[in-house]
Design a protein around this ligand. Structure first.
Ligand code: AMP
Ligand code: ZN
Length: 473
């Protein structure tokens, strides 16, 4: 298996630190509003890679954080007049709903920055003790880039060049920096901001330190794979390497994977440019699996341009998968008990063709997570299934086809190949009645759980004066 490593700038053979096990850290979102479909790209592409590693039999420990203390969260909290934890908890819950809709497996651990402050203070203290960081007069702690000879190795930046470019660039408030490239590990509190006590001042951590600390705590000093969007290469990941390697004296990570941008009209989709669609916007118009297939339709390092035309094409392709599994399931149902256990000669031959596509699928995934080619192989299998399975087929053959599609499409690509069952009105009414009973009994947790269950079935509730109304999303 080959992975393109950003640090070495080439594809290299993948060899985990411990045989049969993989440790993987993926930088997660800053939670201050709903995630957009660009944020969903790293979630989906690295979830798929994780699923492939699991398909190959690796035991994968997968950590993905939520950044829940940050300027943007504080700003949103102040605008609403609430504590910043109200904002972050709300959007963590919303993000988890989106991930569930997109069939992204929960991480082994989803740590949150605000719950790991002690670990951050410890690592910052270690960096100060080892001469890699210093506290300025106002209590701000900076990492000293000049103390780290390896600084710049991930982003391939030349330090001398960076220094000369920045020599005159002292941003206001940063006069205390010894070097303009030094970055913040800890900063003093300001009015209206969350803060924690520390040996330097009451304050809060800088952004980069959380990932160094959580990665070490949950996965160890050196991990196999660290991933995120390419905008994180510099400064975020460069700074993570500096902090971790200076603190532990060991290599931080063996493979760096970075996804390219999801674009719109050839511009990066981003909150600051305002040119984004949230996952919610898109899943109101398309099945979330169409969005997942769309994201995986390009190799993860290449830019991917979003368009409705492309989404419509992919919707049609997804429909082909669903029609195929509908047909295979119906054939199996009709043949149960009556079908032949053995495959015919012609079926054995088709099976060989399918086995070839399975090999293509695996080679694609092993060539730096090439989900575009892996999708193509699944569509080929669907084509063979449509062309060869009918009421004369043997049960064993039809079952083989359905199992293969489930294994690759659902299991690895994470694209659910089974058509959602139509939810009956009676079923909905029954759940609504149960929710009303729970509310009457003041069991609001149970009532909310039923509301979420209905939401996952595509049913939206509205509490009105005349009672509960519902509609299909
Ligand atoms: P943020 O909440 O901005 O820290 O982003 C969370 C993750 O989404 C990071 O890994 C980013 O690199 C990634 N990301 C943000 N915008 C895009 C985009 N337009 N395309 C692909 N990845 C993105
Ligand atoms: Zn990170």
């Amino acid at each position: 298996m080959k992975i393109f490593d950003t640090l070495q700038r080439r594809k290299i053979d993948f060899k985990p630190i411990e045989e049969g096990k993989v440790t993987m850290y993926v930088c997660g979102p800053t939670v201050y509003n709903l995630i957009h479909i660009g944020n969903a790209r790293p979630m989906i592409v690295f979830d798929t890679f994780r699923r492939y590693l699991e398909y190959k039999g690796y035991d994968v420990k997968y950590v993905s954080n939520f950044t829940d203390v940050d300027d943007k969260i504080i700003k949103a909290a102040n605008e609403e007049g609430v504590d910043s934890s109200v904002i972050s908890e709300r959007y963590i819950a919303e993000c988890q709903k989106d991930m569930q809709a997109l069939n992204v497996e929960p991480a082994t651990v989803h740590p949150q920055a605000t719950k790991e402050i002690d670990g951050m203070i410890n690592m910052i203290q270690t960096l100060i003790d080892k001469g890699h960081a210093y506290a300025a007069e106002d209590g701000t702690v900076y990492f000293s880039v000049a103390s780290d000879p390896g600084y710049g190795k991930l982003s391939h930046k030349d330090m001398d060049e960076m220094m000369s470019g920045l020599r005159d660039l002292k941003v206001s408030g940063e006069e205390q920096k010894r070097n303009p490239n030094d970055f913040v590990l800890w900063k003093p509190k300001k009015e209206g901001e969350p803060s924690w006590p520390s040996p330097w001042c009451d304050g809060r951590p800088g952004w980069h330190i959380e990932c160094s600390v959580m990665s070490q705590k949950y996965l160890g000093d050196t991990i196999d794979i660290h991933a995120g969007g390419e905008d994180l290469i510099f400064p975020h990941h460069e700074n993570e390497i500096a902090q971790s390697e200076c603190a532990t004296g060991k290599p931080f990570c063996n493979y760096w994977m970075h996804n390219g941008f999801l674009k719109i009209n050839n511009e990066k989709m981003s909150k600051s440019l305002g040119n984004f669609f949230t996952v919610r916007d898109i899943t109101a118009q398309y099945d979330p699996m169409v969005l997942r297939l769309f994201i995986l339709s390009a190799q993860y390092r290449t830019p991917l341009n979003f368009s409705k035309e492309l989404m419509d094409q992919i919707k049609a392709s997804y429909e082909r998968i669903l029609n195929c599994t509908d047909k295979l399931s119906a054939l199996i149902k009709a043949k149960e008990g009556a079908g032949e256990a053995q495959m015919s000669e012609a079926e054995l031959k088709s099976k060989e063709t399918v086995e070839g596509y399975i090999r293509d699928f695996e080679s694609a995934m092993e060539d730096d997570n090439n989900t575009a080619n892996a999708e193509t192989a699944v569509f080929e299998i669907v084509r063979v299934a449509n062309a060869t399975a009918d009421e004369n087929s043997n049960l064993a053959y039809v079952e083989y086809l359905l199992n293969t599609i489930k294994k690759l499409c659902d299991g690895v690509l994470g694209v659910i190949s089974e058509r959602k069952k139509e939810v009956l009105d009676a079923e909905i009414e029954e759940l609504i009645a149960k929710r009303q009973a729970a509310r009457k009994a003041k069991d609001f947790a149970a009532a909310d759980a039923i509301r979420d269950q209905l939401l996952s079935m595509g049913i939206v509730l509205e509490d009105t004066r005349e009672g509960v109304k519902w509609k299909r999303a």
